[in-house]
Design a binder for this molecule. Structure first.
Ligand SMILES: Nc1nc2c(ncn2[C@@H]2O[C@H](COP(=O)(O)OP(=O)(O)OP(=O)(O)O)[C@@H](O)[C@H]2O)c(=O)[nH]1
Ligand SMILES: [Mg+2]
Ligand SMILES: [Zn+2]
Length: 292
């Protein structure tokens, strides 16, 4: 039979078959010998057991993508969540999440939550990403505004919410699906942070998709890569490939660069270009120091 791993705790995996039934399974020793570690989100082949623990997980089908923290495979959509009010949006984190999603073949969606707090701020953030080739939603987990549209956008996909602490990721899961995630103020979270489990699970949601149920996905830094490749994951810059005076132009320092011109004229969002520069320079430093 085939199914998807919803969760795994202490070597016992819960696998959901196409008909919605769930099975507790352990990994067959041949998987363990091959050092194949099943992950939440894996599509697997298995033989169900009769009792609680005598079913076996036999094969892991090829992964489309995998995240490390949280450890999960085959994500379709990554929502980069920010707040229109507090905390102040960290758009550099949003940019990192978008680039990361693009690298991994995951569809990014920008969600500006807490639109009830500051509608204009919400619109400003959405406007910055007009050219970024992403779906953009303004929502409020509190009032429910925009929540139906977001649910429709995510229907039928395996999705995860990422973003700073306090932007309302858990509140959104609750508003979208009636989950009962813990939400709260920063102080309470730090208190709890000490023994928060690192595990995550997938929860089937109405509409056929699954949501990643986790404290949240935050990306402190991009995976190490050649700095020149970052531009390939910025949809605003892709059309300029090969149109600059210099081959391999990174659109930051070179003369006769139509992408820079576009940013100067506001056809590419200048603030996003500035953040691209920050990401590029950070990566250049990391790339130079990669063997230290
Ligand atoms: N005004 C307003 N407040 C909200 C909204 N969504 C969440 N909040 C509040 O923001 C705070 C943080 O919400 P959480 O859902 O815990 O945030 P989180 O992103 O899950 O935070 P971490 O779990 O720490 O990553 C809570 O006090 C929520 O009540 C919203 O749409 N509007
Ligand atoms: Mg949370
Ligand atoms: Zn250029």
């Amino acid at each position: 039979m085939q199914g998807v791993i919803l969760s795994g705790v202490g070597g016992l995996y819960t696998v959901r078959a196409a008909d919605g039934s769930e099975y507790p399974l352990r990994a067959q020793s041949k998987l363990r010998h091959k050092r194949l570690r099943p992950m939440v989100g894996d599509l697997v082949e298995f033989t169900p057991g009769r009792g609680e623990e005598d079913g076996w997980l036999e094969a892991i089908l090829p992964r489309r993508n995998e995240l490390v923290r949280p450890p999960v495979a085959n994500i379709d959509v990554l929502c980069a969540v920010v707040a229109a009010g507090t905390p102040q949006p960290d758009l550099l984190l949003v940019d990192r999440l978008l680039i990361f999603a693009c690298m991994r073949g995951i569809r990014p969606v920008i969600v500006v939550n807490k639109a009830d707090q500051d509608r204009e701020a919400a619109e400003r953030v959405l406007a910055e990403y007009a050219g970024a080739g992403v779906t953009r939603c303004a929502v409020s987990a509190k009032t429910g505004e925009g929540v139906d549209a977001l649910r429709e956008e995510l229907a039928g996909t395996v999705h995860a919410l990422g973003g700073q602490s306090g932007v309302g990721k858990s509140s959104l899961l609750n508003a979208l699906y009636g989950f009962s995630e813990e939400t709260g103020e920063i102080s309470a979270r730090i208190e709890r942070g000490r023994n928060t489990t690192r595990s995550c699970s997938l929860k089937p949601v109405p509409g056929g998709g699954m949501a990643l149920d986790t404290p949240g996905f935050s990306l402190l830094e991009l995976p190490l890569m050649e700095p020149e490749t970052i531009k390939d994951y910025m949809p605003e810059l892709v059309p300029y490939e090969g149109r600059c005076r210099f081959i391999g132009c990174v659109h930051l320092y070179e003369p006769d660069c139509p992408a820079r011109e576009a940013a100067a004229q506001g056809r590419i969002c200048p603030a996003r270009m500035d953040r691209y520069k920050t990401l590029y320079e950070d990566m250049r430093t990391r790339w130079r120091e990669r063997y230290d």
